[in-house]
Design a protein around this ligand. Structure first.
Ligand SMILES: Nc1ncnc2c1ncn2[C@@H]1O[C@H](COP(=O)(O)OP(=O)(O)O)[C@@H](O)[C@H]1O
Ligand SMILES: [Mg+2]
Length: 367
């Protein structure tokens, strides 16, 4: 059927698609240029979703707000000098970039904060699991794949992709000393990452189309548990007879001792540490976070006419269990599922009304 479409029609369709794409780019660029959220406002927005981590959220909000404000202003100036050519403006804009290193236990909101912030700012976001990467990309993924993911997250718009956020998950797993069986690979991956973070220009092929993409403006947030990093810092402090909380004294040299490449860490000047969530925090995740898994379950039950209610003691019991399992807030969903699974099966269609969950109820289900 396609054969019958005349060249003229085909050209018209192509022109229309190009036009639409251009429009989207202009909207996205205008969005960044107009970015005006203050660090305080961004932090307040984050507070609606992310419980605790007060100090961390403050640094995150500041770094991200400054990044987009800086990029927006630079783009605006560049566009004024380049007669509205967005490609030119993007490639000629030079801004100092402060990528973020996010350190903290599992399930405490590292990825979640980065993702929520990118939603709030309105830019593409991708998570890259670094344990799946290898130096050559032969066995696992390659750093070039990250560009492709970004492009996908930006609906195929290379200019929009260049203004996104890349979250490098489990960055501590590419440390050279801790990865015994893949020692060489760890260093290689870090070298590849360095290039990417510094801002490579790369060509990505999607079907017949080739896109040129640069990571110069992409904000990188690297997250990891960095097990025993505290000991490394503490030992250094002890050697020099210093005292204090290791979190306030973390230096690049400590990360190098951990097994990270000095140059790569130099590209992550903003350092954020997240804490273990306390039982009270976990209760707040259930009751206060806008994304609360409990609210989601309650909503599901409500569609069957069942009003799910947890007593404060029941909430505490769930939170305590999550803490015992050491998976942070991530464990809450599966724990709730274990608590409610039986009634989710049994009640719909046979019962409407309140479903009171108290501490005993939780205990019985979590034996
Ligand atoms: N501080 C928090 N406040 C609210 N929810 C949280 C928090 N930390 C984790 N969560 C919940 O747990 C899930 C997993 O957290 P995540 O950010 O992926 O952990 P990690 O720190 O290992 O990256 C999130 O999707 C979110 O639902
Ligand atoms: Mg994570």
């Amino acid at each position: 059927m396609y054969d019958f479409v005349s060249d003229q029609t085909r050209r018209r369709i192509q022109e229309k698609l190009d036009y639409q794409r251009q429009q989207k780019v202009e909207v996205a660029v205008a969005h960044i240029i107009e970015f005006a959220k203050t660090p305080v406002a961004l932090k307040q927005d984050l507070d609606r979703f992310i419980i605790g981590q007060e100090k961390g959220k403050k640094i995150m909000a500041t770094a991200i707000a400054f990044h987009y404000r800086r990029l927006g202003h630079a783009l605006k100036e560049s566009l004024a000098n380049n007669g509205k050519d967005i490609d030119q403006a993007l490639s000629q804009t030079r801004t100092p970039k402060a990528n973020i290193l996010l350190i903290g236990p599992t399930g405490c909101g590292k990825t979640y904060t980065a993702e929520t912030a990118s939603h709030l700012v309105g830019v593409p976001f991708v998570v890259e699991d670094l344990t799946k990467f290898s130096e050559t990309g032969y066995v696992g993924r390659n750093t070039a794949d990250i560009l492709l993911d970004l492009l996908t997250a930006a609906d195929g718009n290379p200019q929009v992709a260049q203004m996104g956020i890349v979250y490098l998950d489990e960055v501590d797993k590419v440390a050279t000393e801790t990865v015994t069986q893949r020692d060489v690979s760890g260093r290689g991956v870090q070298k590849g990452l360095l290039k990417l973070v510094e801002g490579v220009e790369n060509t990505v092929e999607v079907g017949k189309e080739r896109f040129s993409l640069s990571t110069k403006h992409v904000l990188f947030i690297a997250g990891g548990v960095f097990d025993k990093l505290d000991t490394i810092v503490q030992n250094r402090l002890d050697r020099h007879g210093f005292q204090g909380d290791w979190r306030d004294h973390l230096l690049t040299e400590d990360l190098v001792v951990f097994g990270m490449e000095r140059q790569l860490m130099g590209r992550f000047p903003v350092r954020v540490t997240y804490d273990l969530l306390t039982t009270d925090d976990l209760v707040d995740v259930l009751t206060k976070s806008e994304d609360s898994p409990l609210k989601a379950y309650a909503h599901d039950f409500k569609t069957w006419g069942i009003d799910l209610e947890f007593t404060p003691e029941a909430l505490k019991a769930v939170a305590r269990r999550a803490q015992q399992e050491r998976t942070g807030a991530r464990g809450l969903i599966s724990i709730l599922h274990r608590v409610l699974g039986e009634d989710m099966f049994r009640l719909p269609g046979t019962y409407t009304g309140p479903l009171q969950v108290d501490e005993n109820y939780v205990r019985r289900r979590l034996l």
